[in-house]
Design a protein around this ligand. Sequence first.
Ligand code: CYC
Length: 161
Amino acid sequence: MQDAITTLINSSDVQGKYLDDASLENLQSYFRSGDLRARAAMTISANASMIVTKTVAKALLYTDITAPGGNMYTCRRYAACVRDMDYFLRYGTYAMLAGDPSILDERVLNGLKETYNSLGVPVGATVRAVQAMKEVTTEMVGAEAGREIGTFFDHICSGLS
Ligand SMILES: CCC1=C(C)/C(=C/C2=NC(=C\c3[nH]c(/C=C4\NC(=O)[C@H](C)[C@H]4CC)c(C)c3CCC(=O)O)/C(CCC(=O)O)=C2C)NC1=O
């Protein structure tokens, strides 16, 4: 796993150089948004199960997916989906704090699309649910922090598409 700081320092070190202006500006904006991201992480962790419940209600409940024959039908599969949504929220929060998506690539997206395809988990509906989670989370943390974490929800979606 990497974060905004190690990513920028490593790329300067490879070139044997000090951080250039563009890298320093990136770092400054990472530090400036630090308090915002930490407060958003607190709000999210205190409300995680509510965010997941609202997301499922908004995007999945009472659709073909929860009806007989749908991928979320039966308690076991419903619970697996809710658990996956909680993984997306938790790892999205980690990535927001790190300011870097590598933790998502390594621990969430690695092999996920293949797993979903082999189990018949609908990827399109999952992507829509992650987008709904972005909206629900933004309502809770506010527009500015919503944009910070939104990038990483989008990263999950593009990793699945
Ligand atoms: C921390 C990283 C991590 C992730 C991301 C993860 C995902 C993950 N989700 C799975 C299953 C599943 N995932 C879903 C999810 C859904 N079905 C739908 O229709 C919805 C659209 C969607 C929820 C948004 C379902 C229903 C299953 C069970 C499928 C089955 O066994 O038939 C499985 C197969 C094994 C299992 O059932 O536990 C994995 C590995 N596991 C991990 O360790």
